[in-house]
Design a protein around this ligand. Structure first.
Ligand SMILES: Cc1ncc(C[n+]2csc(CCOP(=O)(O)OP(=O)(O)O)c2C)c(N)n1
Ligand SMILES: [Mg+2]
Length: 538
């Protein structure tokens, strides 16, 4: 017999978990005590939300559920933003929280919070484990639920007394869940209809989302685009599915997207939306867009299809599986006229203007991507810094872009980058953030040092909550309030206080030299970039 706490650790080991991210407290101490004896590596973050974001970065690089841990009460509530962030982007997480003892639940005792209740709207599933013998089954199911179908966060809340009880441990080899059977294979008739629609279309367009990464279908989508000669655009979550200069690729669509990509969306006659959920920032007026077009929507989650846009050919299933099927057909229509039209509208929006004493963030991002390796992992935070990165980072073969798309959670980038770096230590991982978002996560510099994680950080310092400042300028008659964050702290001094190498860049003439220093450093590095306060997002 072993304790349920030890069983929780054994469950993770059985699932092949190597790294977990967390922050302890009394209610989760029995579990931590058993982690002491395990080979599973625990990363101590400096705030529980960052445990969730780091687990998200780790999950996105390994394509397996990331694990994060928090104590009851404030630990658990601190984790909520990360759970909601993962839910919005369908990132698989196992979130383990300690809970007060069963006999105290409902008594408002110290650090008691109903976390399964609070997280209910944005978990894929949650468990409050009151019977210690359920632990192995619950963990097995939770990992299966998080990592299959439409992926997402699963919460396991375990009261302290349950953790301390003894059980006979056996990890289940199979799962029996009668009500959960995600579709995998696409309906063959619908697949045939899509083949015909693509072949008969004059101006077909692929719109790819984050589902392509989640189903590991990057090779398949590129093959399909090539075979069927269909150009492609992407949502923010689908960035880096295609290399930026791929001849068939036109960039990111939407409110903050490229004109070329949006023009292609408006001009096509057939849209093949795949692994994308028709979010409002990507497609502002779905009914307007769909008018006169043949709309095909492929998604693992039937609830997404027809939710925001009327669909002519719906298809539920795994993107990779479906794309493999689609690739098996012969496509005779070369769409030559459409492709030449597309080449004409392909452009970039950025200017090369410079403001004295500042860097141009758009040009800077391009220079940064020119210098960093092809298989980079580039994480962007939220705000103007994110859009500068989305539209100007030149992704090449093997490169990967990560950001918080659905929630737009400030403070995501550095913890996500830490998780990504620990998942892929051989890769260069760079986080681009704003001076506002950096201050929501700067405590994680300590985690970087403690884990020796060679993450590169770019802080775009415009002394403003830039994107909101721009909104106030454009929509509120320039009545600027609560968006001036001042010229502090000195980020270079701050990084150095943690023992992290750091530098500052204020003119484009020194940009390449500063980027070179950052790129050639073998350890963590922070580069503060001075950006003009009124620099525009697009
Ligand atoms: C947690 C959170 N709070 C508030 C917002 C709203 N918001 C979106 S962008 C932004 C400004 C971000 O400022 P900064 O990080 O400096 O980036 P910049 O736009 O200046 O590049 C804010 C406040 C958010 N997205 N997330
Ligand atoms: Mg800013």
């Amino acid at each position: 017999m072993i304790s349920a706490a030890e069983a929780m650790v054994r469950c993770l080991e059985n699932e092949g978990v190597k790294v977990v991210f967390g922050y302890p407290g009394a209610a989760i101490c029995p579990f931590y005590d058993k982690l002491y004896e395990s080979q599973v590596h625990h990363v101590l973050v400096r705030h529980e939300a960052n445990a969730g974001h780091a687990a998200s970065g780790y999950a996105r690089m390994t394509n397996r559920p990331g694990v994060c841990i928090a104590t009851s009460g404030p630990g658990a509530t601190n984790l909520l933003t990360a759970i909601a962030t993962a839910y919005a982007d369908s990132i698989p997480l196992i979130c383990i929280t300690g809970q007060v003892s069963c006999d105290q639940i409902g008594c408002d005792v110290f650090q008691e919070v109903d976390i399964t209740g609070a997280a209910e709207p944005f978990v894929k599933y949650s468990y409050l484990v009151k019977n210690e013998h359920d632990i192995p089954r619950v963990f097995k199911e939770a990992c299966y639920l998080a990592g299959t179908g439409r992926k997402g966060p699963v919460l396991i809340d375990v009261p302290m007394d349950v953790q301390n009880r003894m059980i006979d441990f056996e990890y289940p080899s199979e799962i029996r869940m009668r009500t959960y059977k995600p579709a995998f294979k696409g309906n063959p008739l619908q697949i045939q209809r899509i083949r015909d629609a693509v072949n008969n279309a004059e101006r077909p367009l692929l719109c790819v989302g984050g589902g392509i990464f989640l189903s590991d279908a990057v090779d398949e989508i590129r093959e399909f685009a090539y075979k069927a000669q269909i150009p492609a655009v992407s949502t923010m979550m689908g960035l880096s599915v295609f290399p930026t200069d791929h001849p068939m690729y036109l960039g990111m669509i939407g409110m903050h997207g490229l004109r070329s990509a949006n023009t292609a969306m408006n001009s096509c006659d057939t849209i093949v939306m795949i692994g994308a959920r028709v979010g409002d920032r990507a497609i502002r007026s779905p009914s307007f867009l769909a008018e006169g077009k043949n709309v095909i929507h492929i998604d693992i989650d039937p609830a997404e299809i027809g939710k925001n846009i009327n669909v002519d050919i719906p298809l539920v299933g795994d993107c990779r599986e479906i794309l493999s099927e689609l690739c098996r057909a012969e496509y005779t229509n070369r769409h030559e006229q459409w492709l030449s039209q597309i080449r004409e509208i392909k452009n970039t929006i950025s200017t090369n203007e410079e403001t004295e004493g500042y860097i141009n963030p758009k040009v800077f991002i391009r220079k940064l991507s020119d210098r960093l390796p092809d298989d980079v992992v580039c994480v962007a935070d939220v705000g103007s810094n994110q859009i500068w990165t989305c539209n100007n980072y030149g992704f090449r073969e093997g490169g990967r872009f990560l950001t918080s798309g659905g929630m737009g959670t400030m403070g995501y980038s550095i913890p996500c980058a830490i998780g990504a770096k620990l998942a892929s230590p051989e890769k260069e991982v760079v986080a681009v953030c704003g001076d506002g978002s950096f201050q929501m996560m700067m405590m994680e510099l300590a985690t970087i040092v403690q884990e020796n994680a060679a993450v590169k950080i770019i802080v775009m310092k415009n002394k403003r909550l830039g994107m909101v400042r721009e909104l106030q300028t454009n929509m509120y008659d320039d009545r600027l309030i609560a968006t001036d964050i001042g010229n502090y702290p000195d980020f270079v001094a701050l990084a150095r206080a943690y023992g992290i190498e750091a530098d500052r860049v204020s003119t484009m003439s020194e940009a390449e030299e500063k980027i070179e220093k950052l790129a050639s450093s073998k350890s963590a590095y922070l580069l503060e970039c001075n950006v003009y306060k009124l620099e525009s997002t697009l």
